[in-house]
Each structure stands twice: as C-alpha cells, then as structure tokens.
Design a protein around this ligand. Structure first.
Ligand code: NDP
Length: 481
C-alpha cells in the first residue's frame, strides 16, 4: 500500500479530520508515490488548541532544557542524514547530492543555532542617570504559525520552527503540500527525541485551506511565512488587521553584477551555481546577470560553455547537476516564460527546452539550464520571478547603469557583485536595494546575520536575535529610583 503521510498533532501521528488524502508526486518520474492529508480548519483548530495547552509548560521550562531537546532532534537528523536526503530528493526532484550536502545539514544547523542562541539571549537594561532603570522583558508570544515553501523543504521548515520553539513558543506548522515528506519524517524524530506533546504540531494540506485557516485563527499570535509574493500579500491582508506579528520572506529577481575587474574564473564558476543550483528554485538565485560591456563577450562565451557541461537527469545519480522541477504546473510555467522571452525578442544562447530523461525518469519535469540574451531590463522576463533554471545576460557601461539596472524590479531580496575594487564593492553595495548583498561569493551564510528582503521581497528580518525577538513580546519596565 502507498505510504500515507500523517499530521503530527498533540504528539501523535494522526489522520486528517476529513479522512481525505491528496496525491504526492515524485517530480523526477511524474508518478504518485505517497499520499498526504487534505487537512482543513478542523485540524488547524485541533492543533492550535493543543499548542495553546502546551504553551504554559514549554515556555516556563528552563531554556537549557528546551535547548537540549532541540539539540537532540538535530542529532537525530544527522544520524538519519542519508534517509532524509533520499526522501527529500524523491519528494522534491532535487539532486540527492545537494540534499545531502546543503539542505539536510542546514536543517540540523538551524536547530543547533537557535537552541544555543536562546541560551545566550539576553535583555537590555538602560540606566537613566540616577532617576530610573529601564529594562526589557522579552516573553514568548504563545502559539506561532509557521508556513514554509517547497523549494528547500526541511531547511526552511526548520529555519522557522527552530527560533519559535527555542524562544518558548509552541508551533503549528504548515509545510508546502508539494514537498511534505521531510516534515513528516521530522515529526517522527520529535517523538523519538521526547519533545513534549503539543509543542510542535505539523498540519499538512493546501495553503488555501489549511494554511489560510492557520493565518485566520485568532489564537495564533504570529505568522512566519516564506513563499511567493502574491501569497505573502494575501497573508498580510488577513493577519495585519488582526494585529498579528508577521514575518514575510518572499520572492526575488536577483541581480548578479559582474565588473570587468572581477576574478574571472571565480565569477564564472560561482555564477553557474547562483544561476542553476536546485534547478534555479532558490529565492536567492541570481536570475539577471549584468556584465560590464568590455568583459561581456568573454564572460558570456565562457559561461555558456560551462552551462552546457551541466548534466540534467535522475536526481538519484551522484553526477546529476540539475534534477526535476517541482511539478507539472511549474514546468509549464517555466517553459511559458521561455516562450515569452522569445516573443519579447530574447535570443536563447543555450537550453530553452524540456528534457526527456530516458528510463525511470521519462515522465519527470526536467528543463535545460537556459541562458537568454538580448532582452530589455523592463520586459516581463526580466521583471517577474521565474523560479527555474533560466537566466538572462545583459551588458552595462558604467557603475551607475549597473546600479540602475539592478534596482529596476519590484523585488529586493539579494544581489551578487563581482569586483576586486574594494571601494566600488562598498559603493555599489550601499546603492543596490537588496536585503542581502554578496561580494565575490554567493549564498555564504552566517546565521547570526539579518536575513530578509526589501521592497516586495518581504517584511521583517529572520536570523540571529531578530528571529528570537520576533517570537517574543517586548515589554519595557521602568523603575523610578
Ligand atoms: P507559495 O507562496 O505558493 O506557498 C508557500 C506556502 O504558503 C506553502 O506552504 C503554501 O501551501 C502556503 N500557502 C499558499 N496559499 C496560502 C494562503 N492563502 N494562506 C496561507 N498559506 C498559504 O510559494 P511556493 O511554495 O510556490 O514557494 C516558492 C516561492 O517562495 C518563490 O516565490 C520564492 O521566491 C519564495 N521563497 C522565498 C524565500 C525567502 O527567503 N525570501 C526562500 C524560499 C522561497 P501550498 O503549497 O499548499 O499552496
């Protein structure tokens, strides 16, 4: 019988109230390989009720004890690294090698980071001369709602729940229905690690049903969301009038700016990664490559040469660079953008078509890594997030023009700069309107640093103290001396 994913509510793995299940596809074969709960507001109500009940004991547990349980879960993830990586590759279509080297290790790192961070979290005190002492009391909010996307399923799921739990909140989480398996395996580890019942609850199902019910529930004090900008807008429109705390990590259309004085080999090699890692399904991928005119031809020729060496294929093969896109509809969306790019006057330098992988993956959703030139920066292809293995290349003449082009979309998540000129690196970083700027590197993360976007890429900052603070109420206490 096909495996059935279950909800994790009140410490138990249980069926949804509706008893209805949805198909869960393996994107590399196009076949259904498991079933997941089609949960609704009844499951959310149940989960919030048990989370609310568990809150008093969890929030008053010594922080060292909370931390030790989270560390134990991290140890169990490390123990089960291979099983998690395999499950994530099948569930999501990404190369198993990437899941094993990036996604799963980062999931346990998230837990460890916030587990130890909570122990070192301290409150501020301000001494107002000889007249008063002000101190800040930070208390856990209550039940937090965490909604995560499909592209880095366990990585982003743990990035949200770990600070919430470490800060003393209880959680109801809703992973994406497109890649639910690793959150399910994670639920099992929580039982094994002895996480008290009701502290974390995982409700699987559709965003429009289970996700929205979570956002609407009056007892959920905060919503931490990572996903698309359109969904983020909808969530904000529900949560803001209820005065909930919201953290929104949304889409990006990130510039990758290459100056002629860059370290050429590094810029090319890292641009391959920043364009096509995880099939381009990372919000931080650089999808618009701007190259200084005098380097443009050389860069584009070498870049395309290296893109053509990437192998698209079975994600379970260790040599595969790009696996399958998440779903048939996402495949259609990406192919649709490639067609649109052609209509907009773009020239496909390499790629541009669906790939038929022979054998077990012949029904999978594969696309060639695609590089497009000749488009104006204002066209739809260069304005909307494609979230697939598609990048555009454009020349620029001056530093000012590079900044203007970089800032020419409604998004502002991340940017990458390649230059050996230190002054220019500082100047351009200050002018590019993105929440994260990488100079001569990409996706290099220090979990203490604030993470989040400007403009339509999001509201709020995750990471470090910002994340722990988000899940607490802040109170100032003024004592008159
Ligand atoms: P979606 O916005 O479609 O979904 C994200 C999550 O929200 C899913 O769990 C989804 O459930 C749920 N959801 C959908 N509708 C609602 C609703 N009305 N109320 C509550 N929850 C809802 O994004 P994707 O899963 O497609 O993820 C890709 C997007 O995420 C990209 O745009 C990408 O840029 C962005 N992203 C941003 C990151 C960042 O840090 N800024 C990091 C990674 C991704 P369901 O799947 O069932 O629809």
């Amino acid at each position: 019988m096909m495996e059935r994913i279950l909800n994790y509510i009140g410490g138990e793995l249980i069926a949804p109230e509706s008893k209805e299940y949805m198909d869960n596809y393996d994107p590399s074969t196009g076949l259904v390989y498991s079933l997941l709960p089609d949960s609704d507001e009844r499951d959310i109500r149940k989960a919030v009720a048990v989370a609310d009940k568990a809150f008093a004991a969890w929030s008053s547990l010594a922080v060292e004890k909370r931390s030790a349980i989270l560390q134990r879960i991290a140890d169990l993830i490390d123990r089960d690294l291979d099983a998690f990586a395999l499950a994530e590759s099948i569930d999501n279509g990404k190369p198993v090698s990437l899941a094993k080297s990036l996604d799963i290790p980062r999931a346990s790192a998230n837990l460890r980071f916030f587990a130890s961070g909570a122990i070192h979290f301290s409150s501020d005190a301000n001494i107002t001369g000889k007249e008063a002492i002000n101190y800040t009391l930070q208390t856990p909010l209550g039940v937090a709602g965490c909604i995560s996307p499909w592209n880095l399923p366990l990585y982003l799921f743990t990035w949200k729940i770990a600070p919430a739990l470490a800060a003393g909140c209880t959680v109801v989480a809703k992973p994406s229905e497109l890649s639910p398996m690793t959150a399910y395996l994670f639920s099992k580890l929580c039982i094994e690690a002895g996480l008290p019942k009701g502290v974390l609850n995982v409700v699987h199902g559709l965003g429009s049903k289970a996700g929205q019910a979570l956002v609407e529930h009056p007892e959920v004090k905060a919503i931490s969301f990572t996903g698309g900008t359109v969904t983020g807008k909808k969530i904000a429109s529900i949560a803001a009038p209820m005065f909930k705390k919201i953290s929104l990590e949304l889409g990006g259309k990130n510039p990758n700016i290459i100056f002629a004085d860059c370290n050429f080999d590094q810029a090319v090699a890292t641009s391959i990664q920043s364009s096509f890692s995880n099939q381009g399904e990372i919000c931080l991928c650089g999808s618009r490559i701007f190259v200084e005119r005098i380097l443009y031809d050389k860069f584009v020729s070498e870049f395309v040469k290296q893109v053509e060496k990437l192998s698209v294929g079975d994600p379970l093969e260790p040599s595969t660079n790009l696996g399958a896109l998440i779903s048939q509809s996402h495949l259609n969306k990406v192919l649709g953008y490639i067609e649109l790019a052609k209509q907009e006057g773009g020239k496909i330098l390499t790629g541009g078509t669906q790939v038929k992988v022979p054998g077990r993956c012949e029904g999978g959703y594969f696309v060639e890594p695609t590089v497009i030139a000749g488009l104006d920066h204002r066209c739809t292809t260069n304005q909307e997030e494609i979230f697939g293995p598609v990048v555009t290349v454009m020349p620029f003449e001056t530093e000012e023009e590079a900044i203007r082009l970089a800032n020419s979309t409604p998004y502002g998540l991340s940017a990458t700069l390649w230059t050996e000129n230190l002054k220019r690196a500082h100047r351009v970083s200050a002018e590019v309107k993105s929440g994260i700027i990488w100079v001569n590197c990409w996706l290099f993360r220090d979990l203490r640093t604030p993470f989040g976007g400007m403009k339509q890429s999001g509201v709020g900052r995750e990471g470090g103290w910002d994340a722990l603070k988000f899940f607490t109420d802040t109170k100032n206490i003024c004592i008159r001396l």
